[in-house]
Design a protein around this ligand. Structure first.
Ligand SMILES: Cc1ncc(COP(=O)(O)O)c(C=O)c1O
Length: 237
């Protein structure tokens, strides 16, 4: 009888279980030291200046756009082939989404399709969100040239791309972007907890990383975020 392919299959080993038990018995079930350790280790691995752990890849995309002041009246360019969250992050900020075509073979945003979308924009484009589909990275230097020419920033949707490298630049290093967002949902390269998923946001600038960090616990963590409404996006451990 034909067997359906599983949606995902995790490799959870004894040391993973031991690490979870250590957290559960360690007295910190809300944003404890493991979060800071994970942020630092993951940022070092991809060569990012700052890492902010949050509750999902969707949360990371939203926090990145908020940190970059994307809001009503702005336009975000999103590739036509992606998961919903790339576009909904922009909509949750009140921005309009302008879909860009993708390369028919790779499914990736290209400098040509990005430039074509930017030329179609009827208002200010604040950001474009290239998606490294299935772990295959977009040509970031070429996209960055287009973004620079039009005066907007790039936010990488790197949900599928933990460990991906192109031209010796790792996804998440933010060499050509303001921020890169990963997902640790159970079907991604590595998985972690809270609500079935986990996310990571890597940023180029410290100012934006501080804003994202303060916004993460529902916007309750101090100056710079008062008056703004944020969902609860922190990580449990
Ligand atoms: C391209 C892409 N972006 C963003 C996300 C959102 O990640 P999460 O499920 O961790 O919210 C996903 C999840 O499947 C995705 O495939």
């Amino acid at each position: 009888m034909a067997q359906a392919l599983p949606y995902g299959r995790h490799l959870i080993e004894a040391d993973d279980v031991a690490a979870v038990v250590e957290v559960l018995t360690g007295g910190h079930l809300a944003q404890g030291p493991k979060t800071a350790q994970f942020e630092a280790a993951a940022a070092a691995r991809v060569g990012a200046a700052h890492g902010v752990a949050c509750s999902s890849g969707s949360a990371a995309l939203y926090l990145a756009l908020r940190a970059l002041d994307v809001g009503p009246g702005d336009i975000c360019i999103v590739p036509a082939i992606t998961f919903l969250s790339t576009a909904t992050a922009a909509r949750m900020c009140g921005a309009d989404v302008l879909f860009a075509d993708v390369d028919p073979i790779t499914g990736l945003l290209t400098s040509e399709t990005l430039a074509e979308a930017a030329a179609r924009a009827t208002g200010p484009v604040k950001a474009a969100l290239p998606v490294h589909l299935g772990g295959r990275m977009c040509a970031m230097p070429a996209l960055a040239e287009v973004a620079q020419a039009h005066g907007f920033v790039l936010v990488e949707d790197a949900a599928h791309a933990l460990g991906s490298v192109r031209d010796r630049k790792a996804a998440g290093g933010c060499a050509h972007s303001a921020a890169a967002c990963f997902s640790f949902h159970p079907v991604k390269t590595i998985a972690c907890g809270e609500g079935g998923g986990g996310g990571r946001l890597f940023l180029r600038l410290g100012q934006e990383s501080r804003r994202s960090r303060r916004a993460r616990p529902a916007g309750s963590a101090g100056p710079g975020v008062q008056g703004l409404i944020f969902p609860r996006y922190r990580v449990a451990i």
